[in-house]
Design a protein around this ligand. Structure first.
Ligand SMILES: Nc1nc2c(ncn2[C@@H]2O[C@H](COP(=O)(O)OP(=O)(O)OP(=O)(O)O)[C@@H](O)[C@H]2O)c(=O)[nH]1
Ligand SMILES: [Mg+2]
Length: 550
């Protein structure tokens, strides 16, 4: 018997189903030892403190709470946001004035550059609701330049903090500098072609600032130099390639720049010539880059609970962690995902489960996401399905929660897998469409740029690989079944049938419930539990750790 099977059949079935209890005396003795050293309470819900009382008694009211005993935190997992980098301050037109220097030279300072917009995924953020309220986030504008060659102050930067697991997709971008560059390129070309009034340009009030009090007739007589070429902040090189598509799936130590502030205008000393030491013009600061982005949070939990409504997912989450998710005896009690943390090591003695992360770090906890119940055709957005199916897409391990007292458990597992699998197909199609959208530039046949191009769509020549979202197909994730409400009478036969079905899936006698080729079926197991009495749940942490290591 493998250690996992031993652990499973050993610790819980004696309470629930004595008939299935087959483990050896030796392993029972070892478990007794373990139970004495780590009482149930400290083992699977180590955030609770009163270790002297029995687990069941202490938590009976917590696990079977009244309908109004829950805590609800504001939550949003999607939002559309416009971020705007700060505009540059204007250059200054001023002249030196001192005693005995009546008409001093130009000494206007340059405008300050605008503030940058940064994004950072941090631990501790769990929702996008604060950003959803804001809609427009604008970095500070640079201050205008001042006399005595004083440059303007830089605009204030903005840092957008998002939860880990946020995907940022660009919807629209307004780049004023790109427009200016285009304009500049055109004027350069025209300037080269046309006969030369070199170095002269007319007054453009969107680009030039003139000395205060300049009257229109004077303005007409003034000779404006050629507009300087548009400038970008050197920080713009650090911006992600447009169109932006970021998958912020790790805690970020440093923020990522997404929109660099615009440059400030030039002060009047820039326009001094040997013939004109007192230019009466300066340039205006540039407008900031504006990007509309869609933020989508896909919770990154280690374990995702998938189940029909009223199956007991929230009760299970309460039994495993210190969560206060709402529990009620009706469908759709849970309307938004809840994430609970199961503490494996509370640093008060030896941890029950010792597991290391991929980077060798010792795991102190793991997270469990409880999402609203799925119903048939959830993938077609029935019930609350589609909005929340994406939260299980990124869970490392899936736990299918089935209610043993509510009909055939095997049918429930098959139905849940069907929905998850349909969702996976849909996501695959979406991802392909997105990839195509980003690689192929459609050009109608009658608008061919050059006659030697054939009719095929033009591939984007960009050598940069596209940033794909790294995601494992849902069907290839390790999974197990939590058979809840095992305390209710006449559930044994249902559980037995479920166990037999999973054995058949493992042996290959039955297809994987998702009907997919490369689905994970190495060792799907059933865990009978009574979440309401916290019986049987103590094996789940070890099981999850084993599956996480796969
Ligand atoms: N007898 C028994 N009742 C349970 C058990 N687990 C949950 N229940 C009850 O089943 C009902 C539904 O539990 P919830 O945890 O709210 O179920 P859910 O799956 O989160 O439901 P939705 O959020 O609506 O999808 C509640 O009345 C629980 O008290 C169990 O192990 N045994
Ligand atoms: Mg619930």
């Amino acid at each position: 018997m493998s250690p996992r099977t031993c652990c499973l059949s050993g610790t819980l079935t004696p309470f629930l189903y004595p008939a299935f209890y087959q483990s050896s005396l030796a392993s029972a003795a070892r478990r007794c030892c373990l139970a004495r050293r780590f009482p149930l309470q400290s083992r699977c819900n180590s955030t609770t403190t009163e270790s002297s009382k029995s687990y069941v008694n202490t938590d009976s009211s917590r696990l079977d709470p009244t309908a109004d005993d829950y805590s609800l935190t504001p939550f949003a997992d999607r939002c559309i946001l416009t971020v705007e980098a700060g505009g540059g301050g204007h250059g200054c037109v001023s002249f030196l004035r001192e005693k005995y220097i009546e008409e001093g030279p130009a000494n206007g300072g340059d405008g300050g550059s605008g503030g940058n917009v940064y994004i950072q995924a941090v631990r501790g953020e769990t929702s996008l609701h604060k950003l959803a309220r804001r809609r427009l986030i604008k970095a500070g504008r640079g201050r205008n330049g001042q006399g005595k060659v004083k440059g303007g102050e830089r605009g204030a930067d903005i840092l957008i903090t998002v939860p880990i697991g946020t995907i940022v997709r660009e919807i629209q971008r307004v780049d004023p500098i790109a427009a200016l560059e285009e304009e500049h390129r055109k004027t350069e070309m025209n300037g080269e072609e046309g006969p030369g009034e070199e170095g002269k340009a007319s007054y453009n009030k969107t680009r030039w600032l003139v000395y205060p009090g300049t009257i229109p007739s004077e303005l007409n007589r003034m000779t404006f130099p050629k507009l300087p070429p548009p400038r970008r902040s050197h920080l713009a090189a650090l911006e992600p390639q447009a169109p932006m598509w970021l998958d912020l799936d790790k805690h970020m130590e440093t923020p990522l720049l997404i929109a660099a502030g615009a440059m400030g205008g030039l002060g009047n000393p820039h326009f001094m010539t040997p013939y004109n030491s007192r230019p009466k013009m300066a340039t205006r600061g540039d407008e900031g880059l504006k990007i509309s982005v869609q933020l989508e949070l896909k919770i990154l939990a280690d374990l995702g609970l998938v189940g029909l409504p009223n199956a007991g997912k929230s009760t299970l989450l309460r039994a495993l962690s210190n969560s206060r998710a709402r529990v009620g005896n009706w469908a759709f009690t849970t309307l938004q995902p809840n994430v609970g943390t199961v503490v494996l090591d509370n640093h008060k003695g030896r941890p029950l489960v010792t597991s290391r992360r991929r980077n060798g770090e010792l795991r102190e906890n793991f997270t469990v996401a409880d999402v609203p119940g799925l119903i048939e055709d959830a993938h077609l957005d029935k019930g609350l399905g589609l909005g929340f199916l994406r939260h299980i897409e990124r869970a490392a391990v899936l736990a299918f929660v089935v209610d043993l007292s509510a009909g055939d458990a095997v049918d429930a597992v098959k139905l849940l897998w069907r929905e998850v699998s349909e969702y996976e197909t849909m996501r695959g199609k979406e991802l392909n469409a997105e990839t195509e959208r980003r690689t192929v530039t459609y050009q109608p046949a009658n608008m061919k740029a050059s006659p030697d191009l054939d009719d095929s769509p033009i591939l984007d020549p960009s050598p940069e690989p596209l940033p794909f979202l790294s995601s494992t197909p849902i069907s290839s994730k390790p999974w197990f079944v939590v058979a809840t409400k095992a305390d209710l009478p006449d559930t044994q036969a249902n559980y037995k049938a479920l166990e037999q079905y999973l054995d058949a899936v493992k042996a290959g006698a039955q297809p994987h419930p998702s009907k997919r080729k490369h689905a994970w079926k190495r060792n799907p197991q059933a865990v009978p539990v009574s979440a309401i009495k916290a019986e049987g749940v103590e094996v789940i942490p070890q099981l999850v750790m084993d599956l996480l290591e796969e």
